[in-house]
Design a protein around this ligand. Structure first.
Ligand SMILES: Cc1cc2nc3c(=O)[nH]c(=O)nc-3n(C[C@H](O)[C@H](O)[C@H](O)COP(=O)(O)OP(=O)(O)OC[C@H]3O[C@@H](n4cnc5c(N)ncnc54)[C@H](O)[C@@H]3O)c2cc1C
Length: 254
């Protein structure tokens, strides 16, 4: 999903859609923008209607005027390429419209409701890997004649990491189960994403700490987990946006 304003600014589009001609200059940070075969982009088809004037379109690789831009040199998740997409004098026929005109914003929000559960699951998985590497290391590494896992300070870290992981997993499972039942899941998916992504970074940071100096090297896995985990507090809407979504849901339901 791309717009000229990816990210938190979704809903404020600066472009109008002309059925004959689409002229846009690229959205940034699009996953698999270079290797993907299709891209769904939402465009303003009726500016006066604001978010109700937004429509989704399918762009296929090779469409004249639709091209990937520069590959981003990212902190983490480097196996998944991210690049910008560029629309330049790009004509897209009405046949490529995805759903009714004016429904693009609602479709994007529905996609994000589900996508946030997958980001929560991603955060839990990355943090689980970091926790397991720290648990293993704490039993192997000896200091002052004993395994560092025998020190209460390390035990408390492992206890907090395991508890936070369990809580994040349960929030994620709840949102996924609600989605499977076809229930509205905006608040629960935002809660799962917010909590799982934020504790995910903390758990990875503690895994680095438990590895000591080795945690700061690429010889052990925590530094990669930590770099990968940080994306989860940004992609599919930042933590700040999740708090806005949750607050809006709470206030509108009471
Ligand atoms: C690796 C990667 C892959 C991505 N893949 C995709 C993709 O495939 N498709 C896609 O559409 N997007 C993708 N994105 C974009 C991603 O969704 C956005 O980067 C994210 O939503 C943040 O938007 P932004 O980068 O424009 O930051 P900004 O919106 O500029 O935010 C900057 C800071 O301001 C804060 N902020 C902004 N608005 C508010 C507000 N109203 N209240 C409080 N704080 C606010 C943000 O929380 C953040 O801390 C990807 C991003 C990355 C990094």
């Amino acid at each position: 999903m791309g717009t000229d304003r990816t990210g938190s600014g979704l809903g404020r589009f600066g472009h109008t859609h002309d059925r004959r001609q689409e002229e846009r200059r690229g959205g940034n940070f699009i996953t698999h923008a270079i290797h993907g075969d299709t891209c769904v982009a939402v465009a303003s088809t009726d500016r006066a209607m604001r978010s109700k004037g937004i429509t989704a379109f399918i762009f296929e690789k090779g469409t004249p005027g639709f091209m990937p831009g520069k590959k981003e040199d990212k902190l983490g998740l480097r196996a998944s390429e991210t690049a910008s997409v560029i629309f330049e004098d790009c004509f897209i026929p009405d046949a490529n419209r995805l759903g009714p005109e004016g429904l693009g914003f609602i479709q994007a929000m529905q996609i994000l409701d589900g996508g946030r559960i997958s980001i929560a699951a991603l955060a839990v998985g990355i943090a689980q890997g970091a926790y397991e590497s720290a648990l293993k290391y704490s039993k192997e590494r000896k200091q002052f004649g004993k395994a560092i896992s025998e020190f209460q300070a390390i035990q408390f870290k492992l206890a907090d990491m395991a508890t936070q992981l369990d809580a994040a997993r349960l929030l994620t499972y709840r949102a996924a189960a609600m989605k499977d039942k076809g229930r509205k899941v905006s608040k629960e998916s935002a809660m799962a994403k917010l909590f799982a992504s934020e504790i995910g970074v903390k758990v990875c940071e503690e895994a680095i700490q438990i590895h000591g100096g080795y945690g700061y090297t690429k010889d052990y896995p925590p530094e990669k987990y930590w770099r990968d985990s940080k994306l989860c507090t940004i992609g599919e809407g930042t933590s700040e946006i999740q708090r806005l979504v949750i607050a809006k849901q709470i206030l509108s339901s009471t």
